[in-house]
Design a protein around this ligand. Structure first.
Ligand code: GDP
Ligand code: K
Ligand code: MG
Length: 297
């Protein structure tokens, strides 16, 4: 391994929907974490790797911290909290359009135990008047001693490079953990499943998004023309299966078409995507099912 000037691990933590995954994708310049306007979109820790000639930062996108309502929820929160003790710095991201709430205070209490530098990242500043920023930040600064405060827009890229430089400065000297062209620790297969799940999130409502898991059964580079991908969408009830298939299969077709475009962008190849919907009763509360679907350590 080469010796790099600065390298280390940085956790991104914050309430659901503050923009953690959007920020991560911007940093690595590629979509590795799916995004949606729904809470609990991100279920696993996802590492985004940022490499320059003299630094490597491994950002860890954590599932949002919330009150767990199932075994899956419990896993997500534990996964986020345990990360805090293993990193070199923490980015605590908040939403500039949302007053400090109980979710933030819950995280702040945990952050008080963390000995590493903590940055306050005020995201979505494209949505607020500059005059409102100062009192917003002050309200958070009362609660914790932040290393630095950065107002940013992950969506528009405002102030993101400045934040990156500041983070790099905080990291110790160390090795390059990953090859310079690698942007994430997750295999292609995982991201493909996530891209299918993202379209389910985008196109369905209420309980359906939270009840869905995706298993990529096969990725088959059959010829030079196209890659055949077969995936199953797992739901908890047959009523949800009906919603996902839709009248005359219309819904599943839409999910498939949109997911295929995203997967083609990821792989840089033409893709033939086959989707099935399967019912697995209460998979979110069964240990065996969670393990099989990749949601348990
Ligand atoms: P996460 O749950 O914290 O990972 O949040 P996501 O990255 O999934 O984003 C949640 C929603 O906020 C999505 O609809 C994003 O498009 C939106 N969003 C993220 N960053 C920004 C930003 O800087 N400005 C605005 N206006 N919207 C943003
Ligand atoms: K989200
Ligand atoms: Mg996310």
């Amino acid at each position: 391994m080469d010796l790099k000037k600065h390298s280390g691990f940085v956790a991104i933590i914050g309430r659901p929907n503050v923009g953690k995954s959007t920020f991560l994708n911007r940093i690595v310049g590629q979509k590795i974490a799916i995004m949606s306007d729904k809470a609990q979109t991100t279920r696993n820790k996802i590492q985004g790797i940022y490499t320059t000639p003299d630094s490597q930062v491994v950002f860890i996108d954590t599932p949002g911290i919330h009150k767990p309502q199932s075994r899956l929820g419990d896993y997500m929160v534990q996964s986020a909290l345990s990360t805090l003790n293993e990193v070199d710095a923490v980015l605590f991201m908040v939403n500039a359009t949302q007053k400090r709430g109980r979710g933030d205070d819950f995280i702040i209490e945990r952050l008080k135990q963390v000995k590493k530098p903590i940055f306050l990242i005020v995201n979505k500043i494209d949505q607020v008047h500059p005059d409102d920023l100062l009192p917003f930040v002050a309200d958070f600064q009362h609660t914790l001693d932040f290393q630095e405060v950065y107002p940013i827009s992950a969506l528009e890229g405002i102030n993101c490079d400045e934040l990156l430089s500041a983070v790099v400065k905080q990291l110790p000297e160390g090795p390059q953990y990953y090859p310079e062209d690698q942007v994430t620790d997750h295999p292609e297969r995982f991201i493909i499943g996530e891209l299918v799940r993202e379209q389910v999130l985008a196109l369905t409502r209420q309980e359906v998004p939270h009840s869905v898991a995706v298993v990529v059964e096969q990725i088959n580079r059959r010829d030079e023309q196209k890659i055949l991908i077969q995936a199953s969408i797992i739901v908890e009830r047959s009523s949800q299966k009906g919603i996902l298939i839709g009248h005359g299969g219309q819904m599943l077709k839409r999910i498939g078409t949109q997911a295929r475009k995203q997967i083609e962008r990821l792989l840089g190849d033409r893709v033939y995507l086959e989707l099935w919907v399967k019912v697995q009763q209460n998979w979110r509360d069964k240990k065996v099912d969670l393990q099989a679907l990749g949601y348990q350590p």
